[in-house]
Structures are given as C-alpha cells and as structure tokens.
Design a protein. Sequence first.
Length: 121
Amino acid sequence: MALAAPMSIIAAYNEAWDNGDVDALANIIHDDCVFNPHVGGITMSKSDILGFAGGDSTPTSEHNRILFENDEVGVAHSIVHFANDSDSEAVMSFMRFKDGQIILMETGATPLSDDYQLVGQ
C-alpha cells in the first residue's frame, strides 16, 4: 500500500489563507520571505503578509489551481476578490521554496470586471 503524499506547500498555504489561520501561515512562510505583489511597487516581508492575512480586509480567493509544483518552485492561479471594492483579479503566483517553506512570492494579475473582454472574443 502506497503512503499518502504530504500536502503540497501551495495547498497548505491556500488552506491556511482561506481559514484565516495565521499560525499555520507562519509555519509555511519562511522567516526571510520576500513577497513582490503586482500592485504598488512594494516589497512585503513575512510579518507584512501575516498582518495582511489577519486583518479585516483580507482578500478571498476561488478556483485555486496549482499549475506546477516541485521541491524548489510552484506556480498557482486563482480568482481573488478584494475587500476594498476594487475589481476582482485573475492572479498568477510564482513561489520559490526553501526548507519546505515559501521564501519568495511574486504575483501578476489581470483585473476582472463586467466590461472586461478577453482579447479575441
């Protein structure tokens, strides 16, 4: 009988984020993590991410998909909804792992709105 594979890092991150489990996120995010989000030209640290996750305006996501993941990197896609009434976005995330934790995350996004049209349709 084969042993069950451990939960992927991205799946564990998504589950902790969706549940607002800041303690679980703290275990998944490396102390030296750098997050370069697609907005604002800012760089966030682990404490910034945890503060954002535990706040009143935490974004929610749906249709989370892991496109690729191994021991070194992962690529994920989801639809993210923001509490500040900005348009929802289709977000692509790239993550680099170290010691089984996320040490780097970068995102790119496409705003989604009622008047948004996919090119070619």
